[in-house]
Design a protein around this ligand. Structure first.
Ligand SMILES: [Zn+2]
Length: 257
C-alpha cells in the first residue's frame, strides 16, 4: 500500500499548511562581528584586552546558527538574505536593518517578511542557562512568542519575552526580533559548541565566499531546527500577526549581550 506523504515537521500526525515558503522572504542577522565579539566564554575573557584568553565568541556561534538556519529555510523553498555574511563589523543596528531591506529588495523585489537577529546571551555565572526573545514593537510579539515556544526547550529554562529598547524594528517598519537561545557563557553550552567541526563558512554553504571559520555541530543544528520550527508556526498560524495566543510577556532578570 502506498501512503500519501504527509508533511509533519514537528511531531504532529499531520499539519495543514496555510502558507508557502516560496512566498516568504526572511532576513537573518548574525549579531556582532569583527572586533565586536559579543559575549565570550569564559565570561568576559576579552575584557582584559586580550581576546586570545577566550575559547568561544558569541559572534561565531551567531554566524554558524544563521548559516545552518539559512540552509534549512532554503531547502524548504524560502527566500533568505543575510545582513552579516562573514566576520565583518556592522556598527549600528540601523545599518543591519538597512542591509536587510536593501537585500530583500534587490534579490527578491520586495520588503522582507521578517528579520530575525540571532544572538546568545552572557552572564558571569558559568552555570546559568536559559532562553529569551527580545522584541521592540507590538507588531513583533507574535513572532517573538512563536520563536520562544520552540527555542526554550533547548535549555529548559524559559526566561520569557523581553521588551528591549533595541530599536531594530523602528526602522523600515520591519517585523523583527532578537533571539537569545542560550547563554554562551554557560560551561556546558560552550563545550557543546566546541564539539562542532571547525570549518570555513564557504565549505558549509557553497553559496558563500566567506573563508572565516566557525564550528558547525549538533547544538548549532538543534537551534537552527528550533528557529525553523518557530518560523513555520508563525507563518502557519498567522501570516502577518494573528499570533498563536500566549500570555503576557515576562520581564526576565539579568543583562543581555
Ligand atoms: Zn549578542
Amino acid at each position: 500500500m502506498i501512503l500519501p506523504v504527509i508533511f509533519a515537521p514537528f511531531g504532529a500526525s499531520s499539519v495543514e499548511t496555510s502558507f508557502s515558503w516560496q512566498d516568504k522572504i526572511i532576513a537573518l542577522d548574525a549579531g556582532h562581528g569583527g572586533t565586536d565579539l559579543g559575549a565570550q566564554y569564559p565570561p568576559e575573557c576579552a575584557d582584559d584586552g586580550n581576546p586570545s584568553d577566550c575559547k568561544v565568541y558569541e559572534k561565531d556561534v551567531n554566524l554558524a546558527v544563521v548559516y545552518a538556519l539559512k540552509q534549512k529555510l532554503e531547502a524548504a523553498g524560502a527566500n533568505v538574505v543575510l545582513t552579516r555574511e562573514c566576520d565583518e563589523n556592522i556598527a549600528r543596528r540601523k545599518d543591519r536593518v538597512d542591509l536587510a531591506i536593501e537585500k530583500c529588495k534587490s534579490n527578491f523585489g520586495r520588503k522582507c517578511d521578517v528579520l530575525v537577529s540571532v544572538h546568545h546571551n552572557g552572564n558571569i555565572d558559568i552555570t546559568h542557562d536559559g532562553t529569551m526573545v527580545i522584541y521592540n514593537e507590538k507588531q513583533d510579539i507574535p513572532l517573538a512568542e512563536a520563536l520562544l515556544e520552540t527555542l526554550w526547550p533547548l535549555t529548559g529554562n524559559n526566561e520569557g519575552l523581553d521588551h528591549g529598547g533595541y530599536g531594530m524594528t523602528v526602522y523600515g517598519h520591519l517585523i523583527s526580533v532578537i533571539t537569545e537561545a542560550y547563554y554562551i557563557t554557560n560551561a556546558q553550552e560552550a563545550l557543546w559548541y566546541l564539539d562542532g567541526t571547525l570549518m570555513s563558512v564557504s565549505d558549509y554553504d557553497t553559496g558563500s565566499t566567506c573563508d572565516y571559520q566557525v564550528r558547525f555541530g549538533n547544538r548549532v543544528e538543534e537551534e537552527a531546527q528550533a528557529l525553523y520550527d518557530g518560523l513555520f508556526n508563525y507563518f502557519n498560524s498567522s501570516g502577518d500577526g494573528g499570533g498563536n495566543g500566549g500570555g503576557k510577556p515576562d520581564v526576565p532578570p539579568g543583562k543581555n549581550k
